[in-house]
Design a protein around this ligand. Structure first.
Ligand code: TMP
Ligand code: MG
Length: 279
């Protein structure tokens, strides 16, 4: 924490003002899901598809090449966002076009997820269940694949009715074959109001003026931009990769930075305190 007094002040305000005013806004990949396990990288929602049996050898290689080229750009803090934005559109567009070539079936998604190595962070069940029990809306704002991340949540039985997801959703033809990705395209650096314009999500939650925001990219910090009349915001950032070189910028940007922490324990502790489950 760069400013522990500020963090303390915000957490006290969130607790004092109660659950009726709170909403949680979270990224999905590498924030709710694990970055690594036993020294191996865990898949993002895109990688779940990329690594599956339904993708041809050649398609998998091309998708991996894209990841190797664009991921360093995504996390490079020396390149300005304005320069990175068109490159992210390029990455997502190329990756989605490759996935479209693979004729993925809607009916295969559950099996693809089941056979994948995706894992949610330790403590995820407590996190989802606490928010559900206290009727706190959880908005998952993801540049990943909506159909896949929903299935991940369903399979671990945490896709509760308090959750609303905005992500890149697939569109299937009447035979259940993937034919396109729905608009608008969401990538790491346009997770803001520009892609939420057609949804009334935040307007419907206008009394929820206190926010806990969770992310792993600096692009995630704009996820709450569309919330009207914000009062208190607590931002928690997971710093998963290139920790030493990115620590300074993350501490400047996020209220709390968790370095290589594969758990949701800190967030769960804060929620427990705010929700009054702990005195
Ligand atoms: P998030 O917004 O839920 O974190 O999802 C975006 C992540 O997905 C981002 O960190 C980059 C990653 N990604 C892949 O792993 N493969 C891909 O093909 C694309 C387009 C993105
Ligand atoms: Mg992420």
């Amino acid at each position: 924490m760069k400013n522990p007094e500020h963090v303390q002040r915000v957490i006290s305000a969130l607790r004092k003002e109660g659950t009726d005013k709170l909403q949680v806004i979270s990224d999905f990949d590498m924030t709710l899901s694990r970055f690594g396990f036993n020294g191996r990288r865990c898949p993002t929602s895109h990688n779940i598809l990329d690594n599956s049996r339904v993708i041809s050898e050649e398609g998998r290689k091309k998708l991996k090449d894209l990841l190797q080229y664009y991921y360093p750009i995504e996390i490079d803090l020396n390149q300005p966002m304005e320069e990175k934005r068109p490159l992210m559109v390029e990455w997502w567009t190329k990756a989605h076009n490759l996935l479209l070539e693979q004729k993925i079936l809607k009916s295969d998604i559950a099996k693809i997820v089941r056979e994948s190595e995706v894992m949610l962070r330790d403590g995820a069940n407590t996190f989802f269940d606490q928010l559900h029990q206290h009727n706190i809306p959880l908005f998952i704002f993801s540049a990943g694949v909506g159909d896949v991340l929903e299935e991940v949540l369903r399979q671990v039985e945490v896709f509760h009715p308090n959750i609303n997801v905005v992500a890149n959703y697939m569109d299937f033809d009447d035979k259940g074959v993937l034919r396109r990705f729905k608009e608008p395209l969401i990538h790491t650096y346009n997770k803001n109001n520009t892609v939420l314009e057609k949804t009334e999500h935040f307007q419907l939650l206008s009394s929820r003026t206190n926010i806990i925001l969770l992310g792993d990219s600096l692009g995630d910090l704009s996820m709450a931009d569309g919330v009207p009349n914000v009062e208190n915001v607590l931002t928690v950032g997971f710093l998963n990769d290139k920790v030493d070189e990115r620590r300074g910028k993350y501490r400047d940007a996020y209220d709390i930075v968790l370095e290589k922490d594969e758990t949701l324990d800190v967030v769960n502790g804060i929620l427990c305190y705010i929700l009054g489950d702990l005195n």
